[in-house]
Design a protein around this ligand. Structure first.
Ligand code: ATP
Length: 354
């Protein structure tokens, strides 16, 4: 049994289920990322967990105890959870120290206890020297660290983060991802982290839950989700890929234009056409091909080639007009207009169940 459990959780807005029968089990101390495009229901799921919304169906349990069900929900302040918002939500008229100790004061800790806990958390979040500053005197990254410190200092059982890094610039975002993971490794609070940024999810999560239109498409470790996507949606959303569709003959999928892909991995669709995912960097691009037609080879013409320092990005058009996106080592430089061969290694051709 997990520590935090969502069981058939459903939330409707105007008869439209934006969270639709979602079940998920989170172990104690796990960091779970809810990942998906805008509007897929991530924030609504988080708000249901926090208690800001009441479900229309299903329930939420923490440590085996039911905390939320239709018409029967524990108030947010009684859930022992801390939530961090996109907007930091710091008190502007309070110093960093006052912001951090505020929650402790509410919980009735003595001044000495407040000081001790705040000193520890400010040191861990590298804010000790800024303790007497006001939020307006801090950078975005520093403000976000204060909101983290404020959430952690109350020692919540569960930490909820809603796109916590989206207001930061790219460099700071990258730094803060590692910071969040470092703090998680230190405190091991059960954490649910909402993001639409796959790199953020890959860096921070033990478990990634990919959501699409209110349902869970796939849940797994970052490696599972990247290496073994089960659906076209997940393959496209995480990491970029080419999707080819065709009819299955044994292990081979025959696509339009004569391309035949032997698939060394994945699960074939139960019926109808099968989709095959091949990642951009798994395709080999060469000017020399096989003497006769062979599966997992295709002829095409370079439509676009971009030098990106460490590699080159290609668009190759097959004879039937299919665009293939491939990435090659930087030294493979073939100009637009040239005829090329593409090789799709069977062990990198992944059949998708749906
Ligand atoms: P984003 O990344 O853009 O924040 P999200 O995945 O977090 O997206 P939600 O905020 O959970 O998505 O919203 C899911 C759907 O529910 C959206 O279509 C949204 O418009 C709708 N929605 C959210 N809150 C309400 C509300 N209070 N009333 C009506 N519809 C709502």
């Amino acid at each position: 049994m997990g520590f935090l459990e969502l069981d058939g959780l459903t939330k409707k807005f105007r008869a439209n289920a934006v969270v639709d029968n979602v079940s998920l089990s989170v172990e104690k101390g796990q960091l779970v990322c809810l990942l998906g495009p805008s509007g897929c229901g991530k924030t609504t799921t988080l708000r249901l967990i926090a208690g800001f919304l009441e479900p229309d169906g299903g329930e939420i349990r923490v440590g085996g105890r039911r905390i939320s069900a239709p018409g029967d929900s524990l108030a947010p302040e009684r859930r022992n959870m801390s939530m961090i918002f996109q907007s930091y939500a710091l008190w502007p008229h309070m110093t960093v120290m006052e912001n951090v100790t505020y929650g402790l004061k509410l919980r009735g800790l003595t001044k000495a206890q407040q000081q001790e806990r705040a000193d520890t958390i400010l040191a861990v979040t590298k804010l000790a020297e800024l303790a007497q500053r006001y939020p307006g005197e801090l950078s975005g990254g520093q403000q976000q660290r204060v909101s983290l410190a404020r959430a952690l200092v109350v020692e919540p059982e569960t930490l909820l983060l809603d796109e916590p890094l989206s207001n930061l610039d790219a460099n700071l975002r990258e730094e803060m991802r590692f910071e969040i993971r470092r703090l998680h490794d230190k405190y091991r609070y059960t954490t649910v982290y909402v993001t639409h940024d796959q790199a953020e999810a890959m860096t921070t999560a033990d478990l990634i839950v990919v959501m699409n239109q209110g349902v869970i498409e796939q849940a797994g470790t970052p490696e599972d989700i990247y290496q073994r996507p089960r659906t076209e949606f997940v393959a496209r959303f995480i990491g970029g890929t080419n999707i080819f569709k065709g009819a299955r003959e044994g292990e081979v999928v025959r696509c339009a234009g004569g391309l035949a892909l032997r698939c060394g991995t994945g699960d074939f669709a139960a019926q109808g056409e099968t989709a095959v995912s091949v990642r951009h960097h798994d395709i080999r691009i060469t000017t020399v091909g096989p003497a006769s037609d062979e599966p997992n080879w295709a002829r095409g013409t370079v439509a676009r080639q971009t030098y990106l320092g460490s590699h080159r990005d290609y668009q190759v058009d097959l004879r039937d007009g299919t665009h293939v996106h491939a990435v090659s080592p930087a030294e493979v430089a073939i100009p637009p207009g040239e005829a090329v061969w593409l090789q799709f290694p069977p062990e990198r051709c992944r059949a998708l169940a749906s």
